[in-house]
Design a protein. Structure first.
Lengths: 350, 279, 262
């Protein structure tokens, strides 16, 4: 019994001929000895990362990068425990990076240039390399609300004024602050969070939430198929749908800005290359290219030297949105993020 | 392979034939299974804490109750739909019955995922069912991500088990028996009620047991198209492992699920003998 | 009531068939995700499936795993089935029950069991790990199929061969096998399909380099829900159609042939 051997041989003959030759993007043909597996969010995000981050890294180092999806915080935890690695590098949001450090899931960055010789202020945060800012915004079906849909989170919560189905991300640290804003807490007085009040606020919208999305492409599919009237999702996913002429409106008001960080899974055999990738991924010209194509906001200020004003205007960090948006303050969360996540999961299920 | 050997030697030889499989099953089935039981009382620390929690915290009991209720509803739906189909197959001329059998068998063999996906297409808000509503000038209700959608899909997926169980017994009922009852003056409905149904009872019990047990452990379909508020046990178990690596809690739930399954199967076994169930 | 039942049966048959049939037109659709009826027709998603290593690799993985599972299952189950069907021995009832047990345990229970177990022996996310797990889960069906065939086997043939001086091994090879091969084939097929379709355990124990087709389909349904899934579904459905219809036709043809003979 050698399934390993024969299927690889089969993959070489069949897959090699049919698949690799025809449509595989060029980076796949680089038969580098070393391979790094990077967890991506698929869709527009992955295309931007391949072009601006992965391919340049392979050109510099000869290390091939293979995207792996879907993104799963759970997988990160599992692989450290089991020693079987799906990916070496992934991105985490602020809530997850706290949970990941609590559970000791991340490689330390202390010996990298991100810490020893930081390229910009805050380049490293909680063992993550600061990459980009993204926003959770309101989007709605234009056809459902011809006279304009919800303009803020209180509207989103208002089922009398804006009847229709709702959908949000299954991500406690991101949803709880939004629930407080909807309940009337001023955006600059959110933290530390009043977690009980947030759940009480969530109770009010729960009957309308048909499902909770976990993957970026899933949120787009739900909106595109008309399954959901009104959704809280990432700005870049919404912009992509609008660019594809989907009848969808985006609301920037009260957008929740959050930072994304590249991290290395603790114990991965590819640790050294993974850390090199992290250093390379925050280079200004690369992160600028990634953000241009994925409509995210670069956290490395030098990246703006490579971006036009028009390009910067699509990003949640653009000056035009200042004052209308709020940012996460995860270090001042107001409770144990992991416990809040457990409670959130149970709350969803009942 | 003659039968004239002494019983003791024959026993030894039989065991030699059986041994590789038994060793394999112990190593790669019973050990992993036992690990679940052990984790339920040892992760993160030794004790019955997880079971106490399941029995007392409301959430788990609700999930369990939901799961049993769903399994019950799905089993009854399968019976209500499966009986007429099996009856029609038994009554149909052989060629037609064979064609119907092909349809049922193909459904049986088609992957759960394929059928789940098909229901997502059917019940989606841009799907044929929604179009049907709008032809009649009605707004389609929300179908996906509800108890309705997961119940329909699970019924559809498990229906072939019921039909195949029922068809077996209905086919065996002497075709002339209902007719002779009818010729004695019994109206057709009472023939079905008093002659066919009692004779089909073993098949009904069989089908109900199979569907109920399979439904208890359903994982994929409720996750993909069910309501997030009405989770089934399997989904919660998977989530505890995937999201929180809470192996202890997940294992305790798994043990409860396994025990429920075994109780149902045990009841069946005492009454009918397990080897008939999948026969 | 007789007629009403039959009419209702016809409706239920449509209910059974409809979801199977919808995946076929869906696979030729130009829709981006779950839209039906299709806004337009093309074969682009077929090209997408066959040219994307992210689909073809899991397909080949699943085929390889299933092939290994069917071989291993038949090798393990065959001697045991002969013993259980033909011999009386101490502990036979227990063996019988043990062979059926994998059918009684919900897959999610085994999924977490295998997850912890295979991680401990460093076989998580490896081909051998998946093959071992799937083989254990395939045992009961293969055993049921094979024992049903074996019970119907006329042992007089074997006795005749043995009494004519053939060794047990030769008897098995030249008498038992030729008669029972459809049983072996069916057992192997059941094991193959069981492994090829198995989703829940594979979701937990397969990994990046050992991804199986059901796992890929599950992820894909959950993220993009694009018609590539319909393409895979149609291909699987076609394979099932061949498997189900071929024996029916074959039996019909061979019956006619044997009737034609004097």
């Amino acid at each position: 019994m050698a399934p390993n051997g024969f299927s690889r041989r089969a993959a070489l003959t069949l897959g090699g001929g049919v698949a690799a030759g025809l449509a595989a993007p060029p980076f796949r043909r680089v038969r580098a000895a070393e391979v790094l597996h990077v967890n991506t969010w698929g869709g527009i995000w992955e295309r931007a990362a391949i072009k601006n981050l992965f391919e340049p890294f392979t050109r510099d180092t000869g290390v091939e990068i293979r995207p792996v999806s879907p993104v799963s915080f759970a997988k990160l935890a599992q692989q450290v425990r089991s020693g079987a690695y799906e990916f070496d590098v992934t991105t985490l949001g602020a809530g997850e990076i706290i949970r990941a450090n609590q559970a000791n899931l991340l490689e330390k960055l202390d010996n990298t240039d991100l810490v020893k010789n930081p390229p910009f202020l805050g380049a490293a945060f909680q063992n993550g390399a600061s990459s980009h800012a993204f926003a959770t915004v309101i989007a709605y079906q234009k056809a459902k609300y011809p006279n304009g849909g919800p303009q803020n989170w209180a509207d989103f919560w208002n089922l009398q004024k804006f009847p229709g189905s709702r959908c949000m991300q299954r991500y406690a640290a991101r949803i709880l602050p939004i629930a407080l804003v909807a309940d009337g807490v001023p955006m600059d007085k959110l933290y530390p969070l009043d977690i009980n009040r947030a759940f009480a606020s969530l109770d009010k919208i729960k009957p309308a939430v048909r499902t909770w999305w976990t993957q970026g492409q899933q949120s787009q599919q739900l909106l595109r198929d008309g399954e959901i009237d009104c959704i809280a999702l990432w700005h870049a996913r919404t912009l992509e749908l609008i660019d594809q002429n989907q009848p969808v409106e985006i609301v920037w008001n009260q957008a929740e800005i959050e930072r994304a960080y590249w991290v290395v899974a603790r114990g991965t055999p590819n640790r050294d290359n993974a850390l090199r990738y992290l250093e390379a991924s925050v280079k200004p010209e690369r992160v600028a290219g990634f953000c241009r194509d994925s409509a995210n906001g670069p956290l490395n200020p030098a990246a703006f030297n490579f971006l036009s004003e028009a390009e910067a205007a699509r990003m949640p960090t653009a000056p035009a949105y200042r004052g209308k948006v709020f940012e996460q303050d995860i270090l001042n969360f107001g409770g144990d993020v992991n416990a809040a996540t457990q409670r959130f999961e149970r709350w969803i299920g009942t | 392979m003659s039968a004239s050997l002494a019983p003791a030697r024959s026993s030894l030889r039989s065991w030699l034939l059986v041994a590789p499989l038994i060793v394999f099953l112990i190593a790669f089935f019973l050990v992993p299974l036992a690990q679940v039981a052990i984790m339920s009382v040892s992760d993160p620390e030794w004790g019955l804490g997880h079971y106490v929690e399941i029995a007392t915290d409301g959430f788990h009991l609700r999930v369990l109750a939901d799961t049993f209720l769903t399994a019950l509803i799905v089993s009854l739906c399968c019976l209500l739909l499966g009986f007429p189909l099996a009856y029609a197959m038994a009554a149909a001329p052989p060629a037609l019955a064979a064609a119907m059998m092909v349809v049922v068998t193909m459904s049986f063999w088609t992957s759960f995922l394929v059928r789940t996906y098909a229901w997502m297409v059917l019940l989606g808000s841009r799907g044929p069912v929604a179009h049907l509503f709008s032809w009649f000038g009605l707004t389609a209700p929300e179908l996906l991500f509800t108890r309705f959608s997961s119940t329909v899909a699970m019924t559809h997926i498990l229906l072939p088990y019921m039909v195949l169980s029922l068809y077996g017994v209905l086919k065996r009922i002497e075709p002339s028996l209902p007719r002779s009852a009818a010729s004695l003056g019994a109206p057709p409905s009472s023939v079905i009620r008093h002659v066919v149904l009692p004779l089909a009872a073993p098949g009904i019990v069989n089908g109900l047991t199979l569907v109920f047990v399979l439904c208890l452990g359903f994982y994929v379909t409720p996750i993909l198209l069910g309501s997030p508020r009405e989770q089934m046990v399997a989904g919660v178990i998977g989530q505890q492992v995937e999201e929180f690596l809470a192996f202890g809690e997940a294992s305790a739930m798994a043990v409860v699920l396994l025990a429920s399954t075994l109780v149902v199967l045990g009841l069946y076994h005492r009454r009918f003998g397990l080897d008939r169930l999948w026969g | 009531m007789h007629l009403a039942l039959i009419l209702l049966g016809a409706v239920v048959l449509a209910f059974v068939a409809m979801p199977l049939l919808i995946v076929v037109p869906m696979s030729f659709s130009t829709a981006v995700s779950l839209e039906f009826p299709p806004p337009g027709w093309w074969t682009g998603y077929y090209a997408a499936y066959f040219s994307d290593a992210r689909w073809t690799t899991p397909t080949l993985n699943s085929l390889g795993i299933a092939a290994a599972v069917s071989v291993l299952t038949v090798l393990l189950v065959t001697p045991a089935t002969f013993a259980v069907v033909r011999h009386r021995f101490v502990g036979k009832g227990l063996v019988n029950l043990a062979l059926m047990l994998p059918l009684a345990v919900p897959h999610i229970v085994m999924a977490i069991g295998y997850y912890a177990f295979l991680a401990d022996i460093r076989l998580l996310q490896t081909f051998p790990g998946i093959v071992l797990a799937h083989t254990a889960l395939s045992v009961p069906l293969a055993f049921l199929v094979l024992s049903a065939n074996l019970k119907g086997f006329d042992r007089g043939l074997e006795r005749a061969a043995l009494s004519l001086g053939a060794t047990p091994a030769r008897t098995f090879l030249h008498v038992t096998m030729p008669v029972l091969w459809p049983g072996f084939a069916a057992a192997a097929l059941f094991a193959f399909v069981q492994s090829f379709d198995e989703t829940v355990v594979a979701l937990f124990i397969s990994g990046r380099d050992t991804e199986t087709l059901p796992r890929k389909m599950f992820d894909s349904i959950r993220t993009t829900a694009d018609p590539v899934i319909a393409v895979v579904s149609t291909l699987l459905f076609a394979a099932v159609a061949v498997l189900v219809i071929a024996p029916v036709l074959w039996r019909a043809v061979s019956r006619r042939r044997s009737e034609a003979r004097p």
